[in-house]
Ligand binder design. Structure first.
Ligand code: ATP
Length: 378
């Protein structure tokens, strides 16, 4: 691309691309290099070391805002461990998808047996029994990463799930299980929110992932640009701009998505170069990547309530309930639970306020612009 073989100046012909490898901008891509996380990787490796020797590993609590490399660290760690030894089995559970104890253990079953548990409704006890039995039989240590564990808290399932995992050896002698909980909710105090029966057995190592600063973002994104785009498609100045927009949100995902969309915008203009205008246009969508991600995990009723709040923005909880109940027939308890979850996800603000003559009541308002939410709920 650099030598402009067609001799057509800045124009891209229909069968050319600015991308060398578009795949590096996809969400499930695991980067080859993982800069600025050496300390965290060291702590994680240290915690897992006993497992490699056949003992129960240290439990770990990983915390940090969205898009700071927590999942990537677990993926890297797990592939290093499994490459080293067959004695350790590692399973990562995405709690946004598996948000109940039963569903977490179904995933563990699937990870252990390579097929899903019977859908006919096998009891939790049986499910757990089979997983533990296999571990003991094969004399393997199981390391479970509960990724985005905050979702288990939103569903009130965290204590039961952790309790079962941490006390596994009591019901199933010989079963060795280590747990890594990964929380991306900075407002959630993981230990504090657990039942005291869990607190007494869960004293994890703490590993923190701070947001990347702008120079760190530049080095990480430069690597992606090198792998993902042909030479000279993204100028240094453009990269700096992408990094500063990314630093505003603190979520590296914004930067990666920005690069891909800006590349597509350049192609749309048949340009060989990504210009600032391509980045600006892409940012209108990329800045909402975290919102889209939160929305994608919502159930039908949760989406319905968010939509009702969008059309009653700033109204009192009681008034919103009436509209919600009319639409879904759900009762007040369930309604309150969903309000709390949307609040914890940072989608709405549910603030208590004194209302004249009515005591204290919550008013519900959107944390994002109404249109941004409604567009993404469609
Ligand atoms: N140091 C790094 N080097 C290269 N890529 C990185 C680095 N840190 C994060 N990424 C990339 O940023 C994106 C987000 O990272 P990741 O999913 O690991 O974040 P997270 O902290 O687990 O986010 P969440 O809490 O929202 O689940 C991924 O595409 C990942 O490849």
């Amino acid at each position: 691309m650099t030598d402009d073989p067609g001799g057509d100046g800045g124009m891209l012909s229909w069968d050319e691309s600015v991308f060398r490898d578009e795949h590096v901008f996809e969400i499930d891509y695991v980067p080859e290099t993982f800069k600025h996380r050496e300390g965290q990787m060291q702590s994680l490796t240290y915690a897992l070391r006993p497992a490699v020797r056949g003992s129960r590993p240290l439990n770990v609590m990983v915390r940090g805002p969205p898009g700071t490399g927590k999942t990537t660290a677990i993926q890297k760690l797990f592939s290093e461990v499994t490459a080293q030894t067959r004695e350790v089995q590692t399973i990562r559970v995405n709690c946004q998808v598996n948000a109940t104890r039963y569903s977490v253990f179904s995933r563990l079953f699937e990870g252990s047996f390579d097929y899903e548990p019977p859908s006919s409704g096998i009891s939790f006890k049986k499910l757990f029994g089979q997983i533990a039995e296999k571990l003991v039989e094969e004399d393997r240590v199981l390391v479970v990463a509960l990724d985005d564990v905050n979702y288990l808290f939103y569903e009130n399932e965290a204590s039961d799930t952790l309790y079962s995992l941490l006390r596994a050896h009591e019901e199933h002698p010989g079963a060795k299980i280590g747990v890594i909980v990964v929380s991306s909710d900075p407002t959630l105090d993981v230990i504090d929110e657990l039942d005291s029966r869990v607190q007494s057995v869960f004293r994890p190592e703490d590993v923190y992932f701070p947001v990347y600063d702008q120079p760190e973002i530049v080095t990480i994104l430069r690597e992606r640009v090198k792998r993902g785009f042909h030479d000279d498609v993204v100028a240094e100045e453009t990269l700096e701009h992408v990094a500063s927009l990314t630093a505003d949100s603190g979520d590296l995902r914004v930067g990666i998505d920005l690069l891909r969309r800006a590349g597509l915008n350049a192609e749309m203009r048949a340009s060989r170069v990504v210009e600032m205008q391509d980045v600006e246009k892409a940012y209108e969508t990329s800045k909402y990547i975290n919102l889209s991600r939160s929305l994608s995990g919502l159930s039908e009723n949760e989406r319905a309530l968010l939509e009702v709040i969008a059309t009653h923005d700033g109204k009192q909880a009681g008034d919103v309930y009436e509209a919600f109940h009319e639409q879904t027939d759900l009762g007040y308890t369930r309604y309150s639970e969903i309000v709390n979850k949307l609040d914890q996800l940072g989608l709405i603000d549910a603030d208590y306020a004194d209302i004249e003559g009515r005591g204290r009541s919550r008013s519900l308002s959107l944390s994002y612009e109404k249109e941004a939410i409604l567009d993404r709920l469609e």
